[in-house]
Design a protein around this ligand. Sequence first.
Ligand SMILES: [Zn+2]
Length: 197
Amino acid sequence: MTAPFDYPTAPPVRRHGPLGYTDYESYRTWLRDEFAFRCVYCLLRERWVPGGFDLDHFRPIAIHPEKATDYDNLLYCCSTCNSAKRQQIIPDPIQHFSGESVIVNGDGLLIASTTEAKFIIEQLGLNRKRYQEFRQVWLKIVEILTSHPTAVSEVLRYPSDLPDLSTLRPPGGNRKPEGIEQSFHRRRERGELPDTY
Ligand SMILES: [Zn+2]
């Protein structure tokens, strides 16, 4: 069964390396694909958040202005998590929010096994009541829907507008052109993309 809140099995390596945009918003399309259309912190999906997503500067611009348009400093996250993170310096969620260090309990609570993951959960309030209840509700919905495969596909499918990264031309080039072959759009073209995730 596809689980709605599974962090990546192991810390992922970034697949994309666009360069040269002078406005960090221009990296958004790459970041959507990089982070699988989910919030890197709480795993909310684009399709569950009609208000849209933010781009978080992992190292805050106020402290590291030179990283304002550094792709590797940008994270894709929901507005709630971005507001909670603010200018804080926290451990890197890509490294510390994997299935090796965080699991989602059946009651919706995040259970962390490392100091870094616990710190991020605490600083962003990821276990506060409304988050916990939200996860609990979705876990229950997916459990109920497992006997209705078509409904599960509708609820846990990828967005319809998977971006075709091969059409983009970053001004400074692309450090990792091979990553485009691993993009969700390409995987769907090759028939490799599962119905749900
Ligand atoms: Zn979030």
